[in-house]
Each structure stands twice: as C-alpha cells, then as structure tokens.
Design a protein around this ligand. Structure first.
Ligand code: FAD
Ligand code: NAP
Length: 312
C-alpha cells in the first residue's frame, strides 16, 4: 500500500514526485510513455520557464526526470486503464484506491492525476488515412521530413503559431490556416510569425479534407467560413494544432469534471473524491503551462500530506 500514486510523469507529475519524496511519502509514479517528461518532450524551444531561457523542451523534460531520479523517486512503466475506490458507500476516508495498468495492479491511500492532455483531431476525410504520411500533430517531431516543401498548419493558438515559425525555418512556404480573423496565440509569437516572409496566414478558413496519392499528402481542401467557397491547396504536409483535451477518462464517475473532462479542483488539487487529487493540464484552470503544471504538482502534494495526517 503506497501513500501516493502519481499517474503521469510530465512536469506536474515529476514536480509532485520531487515534493513527495522530500516530504517522506512512499510515492510511486506510473508513466505509460517510454520516456518521462510529457508534452514538453515535443517542444522545440521553451522560452517562458524562469531561469532557463530558450531551453530545448526535450532537455527540460530530461532535467525534471534527472532531478526526480537523483532524489530516488520510484517509477513504474504502465498505462493506467482503471482506477477505483475500494471503500464502500460514501465513506472514502480510508482512502484506499486500486489502480490497474497494462503491466500490474497497485493499491494506494491517495492518487494524484497528472495525466495531462493530448491533441485534438479534426475528424475530416483523409486525416486518419494520411496520419504518418503527411498529416502530423507534432512539427518538432516530423517537420524535418518536409524540408524545402510546402506545409499547412491548422490552428490559431500558441502551438499552431510556434509550429508555423518552426516549419518556416526549413519549408519553402508555410500556410497557417485559422478559422477566425484573429489569432489566439501570445502576442510575441504572433509578431514573429507575421514578420516571416515565407509564411502566409489564411484567415477565416477551415481545412475540410486531406487528399493525396494514397501514400503521401498532395493537397488539402480549404473552406472560407464567411463565403462558403472551397478551394484546393497543394501541400506535402498538414500539421494539426487545434488544441488539446484532458486525459481523464479513468476518473469518469469518480470526481466532478467540467463538460470538456477537466477535473474540477482549486490550486490545492483537491477533487470532489476524498483521496483523489489533480495537478497540471488535467485540472480546470486558466493557464496551462509548464510553470503552472510544476506549481500544481507541489501544491497537490501539500494537500495530499495534509489528507494523510488527517488535517483535511
Ligand atoms: P503532460 O505534459 O501532458 O504529461 C502527462 C503525462 O501523463 C504524459 O507523460 C503521459 O504519457 C502520461 N499519462 C497520461 N495518461 C496516462 C495513463 N493513463 N497512464 C500512465 N501515464 C499516463 N508550456 C510552456 O510553459 N511553454 C512552452 O513553450 C510550451 N510549449 C508547448 C509546445 C507544445 C507542442 C505543446 C503540446 C505544449 C506546450 N506547452 C508549453 C504546454 C506544456 O507542455 C503543458 O502545459 C505541460 O506539459 C503540462 O504538464 P502535465 O504534467 O500536466 O501534463
Ligand atoms: P489552444 O490555445 O486551445 O488553441 C487552439 C486553436 O485551434 C485555437 O486558435 C482554436 O480556434 C483552434 N481550433 C480549435 N478547434 C478547431 C477546429 N475544430 N478547427 C479549426 N480550428 C480549431 O491550444 P494549443 O495552441 O494547442 O495550446 C494548448 C495549451 O498549451 C495552451 O494552454 C497554450 O497556452 C499552451 N502552450 C503554450 C506555449 C507557450 O507558452 N509558448 C506554447 C505552446 C502551447 P479559436 O481561437 O477560434 O478558438
């Protein structure tokens, strides 16, 4: 029986693990990806994490993991497929939780959901067929395949704009397709994007289909949302960057969530289920960033500690 099991080894989970170890808790981190670090691993450059300007995302993820390793944090590899509270009725105060993964079973007094978020899909014809053949959700991972070629990025947030800036360094031309006439991304990113000579923003438009020869993307269909007009745009790649959704399915029916699946909790990470805590992108909050995920992890462990000693 562990004191705490942390599900996910992104910035929130690794920060929580560091705080848990220093608090003397018997904590275990379960991560399903072969490499710990979370979404940060696919970030080309992180320029807003205090003290480490311009650090490569993969390097930052490694630093978090090395810090946890140095303190002796325990890790287990596995995809958590179900979570249940083993106390009966409304009495969750014994706080016994059972976790099933594809690699084993665990019992714990408390659980911290630090499972983060994953990218959204467009759900248009050709998207699934051409995934890995020109359709991608990670410019940092796949951008190099499209050197000196045309690429389309879909979305108007930080990720889409960062992707377009990154791709513009190697692609001959980058189209950023956005469904409105204003970007959601941070001003500093917008300014950089709009200064690039090989980037063109296609405003008020959505991507409605991906086509190709069966092996590779050849074009996307764009629809102007104001006029309804459709046109084909030749491209070798479509990078989809239309937001994220929380990975909280395992908590369905256990704790309160909003309509998008984000777990409801304050900064202390206390959910509606006693003994169940949340930190990072999986929590309903205003700003989903590395720094807020790291802060959430620290705050949640403070709440876990209070809970375990009966203060909460
Ligand atoms: P995540 O990083 O998503 O980590 C969650 C972990 O949980 C993952 O490793 C996942 O594999 C694991 N997991 C999920 N479900 C399970 C399960 N069932 N069983 C076991 N393990 C599971 N933020 C910034 O501050 N600055 C930036 O420059 C920046 N750039 C970004 C660029 C991109 C391309 C993206 C996608 C995001 C960027 N962000 C940036 C946002 C930042 O990465 C996130 O806010 C942060 O990673 C959230 O941390 P987290 O620990 O909550 O979740
Ligand atoms: P986001 O901020 O939610 O932006 C998603 C974008 O996609 C929005 O512009 C949205 O349009 C558009 N969109 C959503 N659904 C669409 C659809 N079906 N079709 C077409 N367009 C659609 O998501 P994100 O850019 O992935 O960022 C995720 C989180 O990571 C954010 O919290 C972000 O701040 C953070 N992040 C931060 C940094 C950084 O600080 N440098 C870098 C990367 C990511 P509308 O604008 O019209 O809604």
């Amino acid at each position: 029986m562990h004191d705490l099991i942390i599900i996910g080894a992104g910035p929130a989970g690794l920060s929580a693990a560091i705080y848990a170890k220093r608090a003397g808790l018997d904590a275990l981190v379960i991560e399903r990806a072969p490499t710990c670090g979370g979404q940060v691993l696919i970030t080309y450059e992180v320029d807003n994490y205090a003290g480490l300007p311009g650090i490569n995302g993969f390097d930052l993820g490694m630093k978090f993991k090395e810090h946890a390793d140095k303190l002796g944090v325990a890790f287990a590899e596995g995809d958590v497929t179900s979570l249940s509270c083993t106390t009966s009725g409304d009495d969750h105060t014994a706080g016994q939780w059972h976790i099933t993964t594809d690699a084993g079973e665990y019992d714990t007094k408390t659980v911290l959901i630090a499972s983060g978020a994953d990218h959204n899909k467009l759900g248009i014809p050709g998207e699934a067929e051409y995934t890995g053949k020109g359709v991608s959700y990670c410019a940092t991972c796949d951008g190099a395949f499209f050197r000196n070629k045309v690429a389309v990025v879909n979305g108007g947030g930080d990720v889409a704009v960062e992707d377009a800036i990154f791709l513009a360094r190697g692609c001959s031309k980058v189209y950023l397709v956005h469904r409105r006439d204003a970007l959601r991304a941070t001003k500093v990113l917008q300014d950089e994007l709009l200064s690039l000579p090989n980037v063109e923003v296609v405003w008020n438009s959505v991507v409605t289909a991906v086509t190709g020869d069966g092996n590779r993307v050849g074009a996307v269909t764009l629809k102007d949302v104001q006029t309804g007009e459709e046109r084909s745009l030749e491209t070798a790649a479509l990078f989809v960057a239309i937001g994220i959704h929380p990975l909280t399915e395992i908590c369905t029916g256990l704790a309160r969530m909003d309509e998008n699946g984000y777990l409801l909790a304050g900064e202390d990470g206390v959910t509606s289920a006693p003994g169940l805590f949340v930190a990072g992108d999986a929590r309903k909050k205003r700003l989903r960033q590395i720094v807020t995920a790291v802060a959430d992890g620290a705050n949640a462990v403070t709440a876990v500690t209070d809970y375990l000693v009966g203060k909460a």
